[in-house]
Design a protein around this ligand. Sequence first.
Ligand code: ADP
Ligand code: ZN
Ligand code: MG
Length: 492
Amino acid sequence: MAQVQDHGELAVVIGLEVHVQLETATKIFCGCSTEPADEPNTRTCPVCLGLPGALPVLNEGAVEAAVKVGKAIDADIPERTRFHRKNYYYPDLPKNFQITQYDAPICQEGELEFAVEGERRTVGIERAHLEEDPGSLQHKGGSIDTADYTLVDYNRAGTPLMEIVTEPDFRSANEVRSFLAKLEEVLEYLGVFDAERDGSLRIDANLSVVDADEVGEAGHIDADVLADANRTEVKNISSHKGAEKALAYEAQRQKNAVQRGRAVEQETRHWDEARGITVSMRSKEEEKDYRYFREADLPALEVADWKEQIAIPELPDARRKRFREEYGLSDEAADKLTSTKQVADFFENVASEFDADLAATWVADNLLGELNYRDMAVTDVDDRLDEITRLVELVATDEITAKNARETVLRSMLDDGDDPDTIVEAEGLGKTSGDEVQDAVEEAIAENPDAVEDYHSGEGGAINFLVGQVMQKTGGSADPGDVNQLLRAELE
Ligand code: ADP
Ligand code: ZN
Ligand code: MG
């Protein structure tokens, strides 16, 4: 393999293999549930345990999810796709082979656009294929290389995965982080992925360094330069932040090696999150090590028709643009309101019932603001969206003040769990009727002749004192602006 000779400036090249768990009710080749379980090895059957004679049956839902991903990344979906066996021995893989896709993956040659520091970037996606997740290992008394013993749990075995393989189009760890955020956003919009689920996104990252002179316009690097560069594959990355840290570390490690005239070994390295370093695991496996051959227990799958039948929702970029145009939202508000599909759907619901400005204030500022303050997300209140809509209605129909709605009702809804009408009733927040306010204004004037005199002699503070008196009499349920006007009218 060619090595970088020049000790001048070096550029970083990164390509990703992202494993994404698809959200389906059951596993990809059997009927076992994919719900997280409290006990290990309770969501298993002969198929996902790899017992002799057990036969796989493909889950339609997994194929549907894969087609959705393919459409979202603008990939070619072939007429027919098929499965292969990837043979290797590891304790988390009971069959001693993984059913995956090889020469006819379900998604080919797609791309994903994302923003990094305000600039648009596009990364090519070489392929995205379906496969089964292995089980999971729990190392006891240490990490993978120091544990006393290791336990295996096959609950995860057979969970549908998509492996998304990018072209080596990234030029920094920072770009990788932005890409991953965008990928998750798109997958969540499609409804095929749950970012909250432990281990639902796992990343292997390939990194090499090349001469900075090789980098042309828009980051272009010739294919033979890329093929010749020795690269490492960093495994065990499980978060966006982890990816950025692991790759920043690995880039520096390789640069140091090259600058000291040493070769970068082509190898697999392990990201040690706790220590913040990558460590050498083994020399990189090659394709021939896996002895791929056709999975004879599964027929080839005709996907041509599915492509037409399966629809995908409006994706985040398109929705953001539409929100700006249709509702006249600022960039910032449109970004917030499309941060997840659920938030966007809720906003549009409220906007259709009341008005867009009120909906934007309520969802983007009040709701997201109060949730954020409590370290909560909209997913934590998804069974209470009707109650929140009711609260907006109380404001829209002028039954309570906007200030009380946010500062008292919404906060108490989130902290104590009551519904808005109960809180309004209990706290006596219903806007006081015009007559009652008028009575309170007259009382306040009668009871405070000194303040009235001050007002007439031009002392500005006097009116505020009187407003305060009226607010007290009405238990804070009158609108201070209205009170101010009523007082002035009465005093003139
Ligand atoms: P392999 O034969 O090792 O599987 P692939 O061509 O399939 O190689 O690429 C695997 C991953 O390595 C892809 O994510 C790809 O983007 C990445 N990759 C390829 N060349 C480079 C490179 N020079 N530097 C960094 N990553 C690379
Ligand atoms: Zn099973
Ligand atoms: Mg490969």
